[in-house]
Design a binder for this molecule. Sequence first.
Ligand SMILES: *[C@@H]1O[C@H](CO)[C@@H](O)[C@H](O)[C@H]1NC(C)=O
Ligand SMILES: *[C@@H]1O[C@H](CO)[C@@H](O)[C@H](O)[C@H]1NC(C)=O
Ligand SMILES: *[C@@H]1O[C@H](CO)[C@@H](O)[C@H](O)[C@H]1NC(C)=O
Length: 178
Amino acid sequence: MRLVLPVFFLISVLFLNETLASKIKLTNVKCESFNQSWVTIDHCRLRAINRYKTVCNINATFHHPATKIKVRYQVLKRANGYKPWLLDATIDACAFMKKPNHPVGKIIYNMIKNCSTVTHTCPYVGLQYVKNFYVTPEQIPLPLPSGDYALFLTWLFSDKPQFATNVYFTFTEDLLKQ
Ligand SMILES: *[C@@H]1O[C@H](CO)[C@@H](O)[C@H](O)[C@H]1NC(C)=O
Ligand SMILES: *[C@@H]1O[C@H](CO)[C@@H](O)[C@H](O)[C@H]1NC(C)=O
Ligand SMILES: *[C@@H]1O[C@H](CO)[C@@H](O)[C@H](O)[C@H]1NC(C)=O
């Protein structure tokens, strides 16, 4: 009996992960431009694909070339309002696109590179979009407890905040692993 449980857990972690997997669902997205003369947000919405899956679509237009781009990322967890949790830092996006070696940058980039215009080195100008974006639990290599979370991305040009894209999601931990 003493061995059965740990072995069962190990098997569940190793082999059943796919079917009994944790779940992530996008619940909201909010975008805001702080400087309309540089960035306008044309579209910022979730679309329900089915009961379990929603995708995010964002279009923004950069009216002038952005040559110095940084991204502040914050992960927040809801507990009487969204509270900063775990991560809050800033990445030099232009340096990253030249040499993608920042660990958190890589996680975020791997999530969006598939479905967005954020795929080349700086500068960026004109329409930028994220199309049918969603997140799978495998893309989050952190042990998250179940709950409501938010990923706030604040985009800075020349060190000044220009716009924010804030995504909200619920994470349901694999029950067998709890
Ligand atoms: C707002 O955007 C303009 C370009 O349209 C830029 O010259 C100006 O520095 C920006 N303001 C801030 C506070 O970033
Ligand atoms: C947003 O961008 C998509 C391309 O991904 C385009 O088809 C769509 O018309 C754009 N919508 C708006 C409101 O700009
Ligand atoms: C990435 O692209 C693959 C192949 O086109 C697709 O199956 C997958 O759903 C995409 N992932 C995301 C997060 O959009």
